[in-house]
Design a protein around this ligand. Structure first.
Ligand SMILES: [Fe+2]
Ligand SMILES: [Fe+2]
Length: 217
């Protein structure tokens, strides 16, 4: 099979990296839509502006990834079904502002980015380049989420703040469980692009502990 110069020819790699690119793009589009919906109920102007900026950023990520996927030549059928997408939208729509900050910024943005960042060194040059701008922006989104979460928690009575903080790992665990129930074989996709799934899970858990420390500080 003829392949483009900077794209590895292994079929398993191409197939799995293609699926991961579709997944990342789908998640970015979902985040864009979910954050757009949140603007109206965000508690103040600073939060509304941060969400609006994020909507623009995620839109740009979707465009960059679409452009790259066309060049990469991947099959573009969705990885997350329309039914699951609707479930994810409904989940975020019903969250309090505090829970939204945890689920969106600690879970999806910080832990999701950690997984993607672990793939970057293993990726072909074109894929690596396509992820550069998006991953840079995700750092801004995570920074907003963490600082905003700290601010909201500081307004709570100490006991309430501590019990909320203590419940976050369980919250993240529940979301991870839900993600596994989507039935995506992410372990195989990661292994096929050269990542050790065990090492990757370990890195994500370590990142979770780091962000929790940052929020609690
Ligand atoms: Fe993004
Ligand atoms: Fe983001």
């Amino acid at each position: 099979m003829k392949t483009k110069a900077n794209i590895p020819s292994s079929e398993d790699y191409r197939e799995s990296m293609g699926r991961l690119l579709v997944l990342y793009t789908q998640v970015d589009r979902l985040i864009m839509e979910i954050c757009a919906e949140r603007i109206a109920t965000a508690p103040d102007l600073a939060a509304k502006l941060a969400l609006a900026r994020q909507v623009g950023d995620e839109g740009r990520h979707v465009e960059i990834q679409h452009r790259w996927m066309r060049e990469f030549g991947t099959e573009t059928s969705p990885v997350i079904s329309a039914e699951h997408e609707a479930m994810i939208r409904a989940h975020f729509r019903n969250l309090s502002w505090l829970d939204f900050l945890v689920d969106m910024y600690l879970c999806v943005e910080a832990l999701g980015s950690e997984a993607v960042e672990n793939i970057v060194p293993l990726a072909d040059p074109g894929t690596r380049e396509s992820l550069q701008v998006p991953l840079g922006d995700e750092q801004d989104h995570i920074a907003f989420g963490i600082s905003r979460l700290k601010k909201e928690l500081s307004k709570l009575p100490v006991g309430q703040r501590d019990s909320y903080l203590a419940g976050i790992p369980q919250r993240i665990g529940m979301l991870a469980e839900t993600f596994h129930h989507l039935g995506l074989d992410v372990a195989t996709m990661f292994e096929n692009v050269g990542a050790s799934y065990t090492t990757l899970c370990h890195a994500v858990l370590q990142r979770r502990d780091e962000v929790l420390e940052e929020v609690a500080a």
